[in-house]
Ligand binder design. Structure first.
Ligand code: NDP
Length: 293
C-alpha cells in the first residue's frame, strides 16, 4: 500500500458506483417483494418539486424511476414556481398526515422566497427520506439515527464494499455542508476513524489532505484536490460534481490521482447512483419503522 514511487505507481481501484448501486437495489427489491408477498402495500415516496427547473425535473424523474425498479411507489407533486412558503408547508402537512406515504422528499434548490430550513423542519421526521430535519440531524449526532443523509450513506457503502478499514484511520473531509460534510464526518467518527473536517478557512489544506488514509471531497471546486495532496494508497471519495464545458467534473484531479490513490470514485457512475439508492433505503426504513414490519 505505501510502496508508491512515481516509477512504481499503485494499481488504483475505481469504484463502479452503478454496479454497487444495482447490487444494493437488488437487495432492497427482495425486501419489498417479501413485504408485498406477505400482504403489505409497497412503500411509497412522495417527491415534491417547486418550479420547473429542467435539472431538478430530471433528478426527480430519476428518483421515481429508481423507486419503480425496486417495486416501491412514488407520487410526484409538482407546484408552480410562484408557490408561497405557506402553500408548500400546507402541502407538507397533508403529506405528513397521509398514512399511504412513507417518505417525503422536497427537491432542492427551492425558489428564493422559500426557506429551505423551514421546509426541512416541516417534514415529519418519521418520513424524512432525505434526512434534512433538525431532529434527524440530532439523532445522527446522538448515534441513534435510522434515517441518514443519502450521500454519506453511499460513501460508507463504497468504503465497505472495497473493504476499506475505517477504525483508527485518518479521515479528512473537505466541506462542512449539512447534507454531506457534517454527516459523513460523524459517520466516519462512529466507525472509529480519526476525523479532520476542513472548509474554506482551513490552513494548508494540501498538507492536511496528505495525512488522509480516507479523503472525502465535497466542495464543488473542479479538480481542486491535486495528485500531490493524496497519500499513496488512500481511499479518495470524490463527491463534488460541477459542469465544466458540458462535462461533469469532480473535486479531485481524477487522472492525477490514478496511480497514487488506492481507491477512487469517478464523477460519473461514482457516488451519484449510490445517493439515489440510499434514498430508497431510507424510504424502506421509514416504512418499516412506521408500520412496525
Ligand atoms: P456546499 O456547496 O453546501 O458547501 C461547500 C463546502 O466546501 C463548504 O463547507 C465550503 O466551506 C467548502 N469549500 C469551498 N471552497 C473551499 C476551498 N477552497 N477549500 C476548502 N473548502 C472549501 O456543499 P455540498 O455538500 O452541498 O456540495 C458539495 C459538492 O458535492 C457540490 O459539487 C455538489 O454538487 C456535490 N454533491 C454531489 C452529490 C452526489 O450525489 N454525487 C450529492 C450532494 C452534493 P465553508 O463552509 O467555509 O464555506
Amino acid at each position: 500500500m505505501s510502496h508508491y514511487t512515481p516509477d512504481n505507481p499503485i494499481e488504483t481501484q475505481v469504484l463502479d458506483g452503478q454496479a454497487l448501486a444495482q447490487k444494493i437495489r437488488g437487495e432492497l427489491a427482495s425486501e419489498v417483494d417479501s413485504l408485498v408477498a406477505s400482504g403489505h402495500r409497497p412503500p411509497c415516496l412522495s417527491v415534491v418539486l417547486v418550479g420547473d427547473d429542467p435539472a431538478s425535473r430530471s433528478y426527480i424523474k430519476g428518483k421515481q424511476r429508481a423507486c419503480g425498479r425496486v417495486g416501491m411507489d412514488s407520487i410526484e407533486r409538482l407546484l408552480p414556481a410562484t408557490t408561497s412558503e405557506k402553500e408548500l408547508l400546507h402541502l407538507l402537512s397533508e403529506l405528513n398526515a397521509d398514512d399511504g406515504i412513507d417518505g417525503i422528499l422536497v427537491q432542492l434548490p427551492l425558489p428564493e422566497a422559500i426557506s429551505a430550513s423551514r421546509v426541512a423542519a416541516a417534514i415529519d421526521p418519521a418520513k424524512d427520506a432525505d434526512a434534512l430535519h433538525p431532529i434527524t440531524a440530532g439523532r445522527l449526532l446522538a448515534g441513534t439515527a435510522e434515517l441518514i443523509s443519502c450521500t454519506p450513506l453511499g460513501i460508507l457503502a463504497a468504503l465497505d464494499h472495497h473493504g476499506i478499514q475505517m477504525e483508527g484511520q485518518n479521515a479528512v473531509v473537505i466541506g462542512r455542508s449539512q447534507i454531506v460534510g457534517k454527516p459523513i464526518s460523524l459517520l466516519l467518527q462512529q466507525r472509529n476513524a480519526t476525523v479532520t473536517m476542513c472548509h474554506s478557512r482551513t490552513r494548508d489544506l494540501p498538507a492536511v489532505c496528505r495525512e488522509a488514509d480516507i479523503l472525502v471531497a465535497a466542495v464543488g471546486q473542479p479538480r481542486m484536490v491535486q495528485a500531490d495532496w493524496i497519500k499513496p494508497g488512500a481511499a479518495v471519495m470524490d463527491v463534488g460534481v460541477t459542469e465544466v464545458d458540458g462535462k461533469l467534473v469532480g473535486d479531485v484531479d481524477f487522472e492525477g490521482a490514478d496511480g497514487i490513490a488506492g481507491l477512487i470514485t469517478p464523477s460519473r457512475r461514482g457516488i451519484g447512483p449510490l445517493t439515489i439508492t440510499m434514498l430508497l433505503r431510507n424510504t424502506l426504513h421509514a416504512y418499516r419503522s412506521r408500520k412496525n414490519v
